[in-house]
Design a protein around this ligand. Structure first.
Ligand SMILES: [Zn+2]
Length: 160
């Protein structure tokens, strides 16, 4: 039991570097691998590249308690892997150029709208200036007309 408890990742990687596994029946040298089956979660074994299982590295089978906790760990790892994948997907969609193009288009649209509004305001300003001019002309004309009428009236009165 104590032996399989000490199976850390560093122990596993040192296996990979230093230890050559036993030969498979096909005469290929096996490499260390880790089983993640329900029956043997986290149990290390020698693996042939072509034929799979050759022999156990961890000779002793785990007890139920260890299996349970290792299976739980496997579940957590699977969930985390899933989360990381989702996050990566989110990140890639967030940094896609299409999105920035969208926001640029929006900005351009907003700019166009503002330019349009400015134009309308300018037209309104010109119109009001134009109107004022017309009004002044009208007043001048009517004042002039009034003056003419007054002069004519005065002349006719004086003539009498
Ligand atoms: Zn083989």
């Amino acid at each position: 039991m104590a032996k399989s408890e000490g199976s850390s990742s560093s122990a596993r990687s040192s296996y990979k570097k230093k230890v050559d596994g036993p030969l498979c029946y096909c005469n290929k040298r096996s490499t260390p691998a880790k089983a993640w089956t329900d029956d043997n979660p986290g149990r290390r074994f020698w693996c042939c590249g072509s034929h799979g299982f050759v022999d156990w590295i961890d000779k002793q089978e785990q007890n139920e308690c260890q299996k349970q906790s290792l299976l739980e760990t496997r579940g957590v790892m699977d969930r985390q892997r899933e989360e990381i994948r989702n996050l990566k997907q989110l990140l890639s969609t967030a940094s896609q150029p299409a999105t920035s193009e969208d926001s640029t288009a929006l900005l351009l649209e907003e700019g166009d709208r503002l330019a349009e509004e400015k134009k309308k305001l300018e037209i309104a300003l010109i119109t009001s200036v134009e109107k004022e001019k017309l009004l002044r002309q009208f007043i001048a004309l009517s004042m002039g007309g009034f003056a003419v009428v007054t002069v004519i009236l005065v002349i006719t009165i004086l003539k009498k």
